[in-house]
Write a protein that binds this ligand. Structure first.
Ligand code: SF4
Ligand code: SF4
Length: 315
């Protein structure tokens, strides 16, 4: 019998036009290039019988740089799988790329924003801010579209240093009446982020978020907020109590298997993680929040706050 809710994560290209100060893509700091070809993608669809109930994530590098991205996206049209693309958004302002999205069956695009113009350009080591914003607004305004444009904020130390408010950033730049989803993620420390000085302490992150979430909720009450890699014990007591009161385990979703593919691993590495995981203490944690405060790094879960309920979902 076919497993339900499998996740297929396709790293279709390693190259990227940005050079983010925390990027772990092998091409960004080590110059390793690699592409999946359309034939590989078609083989994956066939051999895993990808279909309804599955989720496919197209990632990179920057997927829009792939010379055959149109064929890759279209290949999933027949499958009825949920199709998600992670993109830095820079190239999605072009009409020809919007047409590709319209022709394909992409359900969601997740695009990161790293602060105001100076901060975003500093973090991405490029002049990408204006293009990214233009793309987001164009995508939000595609006529009769059901595409879900999701913004992602990966908290790093420059949010604090440069006094960046997510709430203001959205209100000043984005056509937020059309926005449905927001992801707020903690920047998980790695060797690159440490070397480039962008890591943030859990205490600073918790204080920042406790204030910012109230602002976002007051100003944009209909937004679904997803939390990734956030240590909830560092948030204000007020929000911790609120989370406990609104936590609704009956809404929780889970998934069966998680396969990763790239130009080298065409058979897919199954990296399914079943256990819950505390970002501070690992699997061996007895904290009250453990059942819902878990890290995507380990089990691909996010905590969702839709204004009424708090529940766990697949990222
Ligand atoms: S946009 Fe993504 S792939 Fe590109 S440099 Fe930044 S983190 Fe890396
Ligand atoms: S599970 Fe870990 S990170 Fe989450 S609240 Fe508990 S101790 Fe903190």
């Amino acid at each position: 019998m076919k497993a339900q809710n499998r996740v297929f994560y396709l790293n279709v290209i390693l190259a990227c036009n940005n050079k983010c100060l925390f990027c772990l893509s092998p091409s960004t700091y080590n110059g390793i290039e690699g592409l999946m070809c359309v034939e590989d993608v078609n083989n994956i669809i066939k051999s895993y019988n990808i279909d309804y109930g599955d989720r496919v994530i197209i990632n990179g590098g920057e997927p829009m740089l792939h010379p055959n991205i149109e064929e890759i996206l279209i290949a999933f049209k027949e499958t009825s799988a949920e199709l998600v693309m992670y993109s830095n958004g820079v190239f999605l302002k072009y009409d020809k790329n919007i047409e590709i999205l319209k022709k394909s069956s992409v359900n969601r695009i997740t695009i990161p924003l790293h602060g105001d113009i100076n901060t975003h350009n500093f973090i991405t080591y490029s002049n990408s801010f204006n293009s990214t914003i233009e793309s987001i607004n164009k995508l939000l305004n595609i006529k009769d579209s059901t595409l879900n444009v999701e913004l992602k904020f990966i908290l790093n130390d420059y949010y604090i240093k440069n006094n960046i408010s997510i709430n203001k950033l959205i209100k000043n730049n984005i056509d937020y009446s059309k926005l449905k989803n927001l992801v707020i993620a903690g920047l998980v420390e790695n060797s690159i982020s440490r070397k480039n000085g962008v890591t943030i302490s859990w205490n600073k992150m918790g204080k920042y978020l406790s204030e910012e979430i109230l602002l976002i909720k007051n100003n944009m009450p209909n937004l679904l907020i997803k939390f990734e890699d956030i240590a909830f014990c560092k948030m204000s007591e007020f929000y911790q109590r609120d989370i406990k009161e609104r936590y609704n385990p009956t809404l929780n979703k889970s998934f069966g298997e998680f396969y990763v593919f790239d130009y080298k691993h065409k058979r897919g590495r199954n990296i399914s993680y079943k256990e819950d995981f505390c970002i501070l203490k690992g699997s061996d944690c007895y904290c009250d929040y453990f059942k819902f405060c878990s890290s995507i790094m380990k089990n691909y879960c996010v905590l969702c706050d839709d204004g009424k309920n708090i529940y766990r979902d697949m990222e």
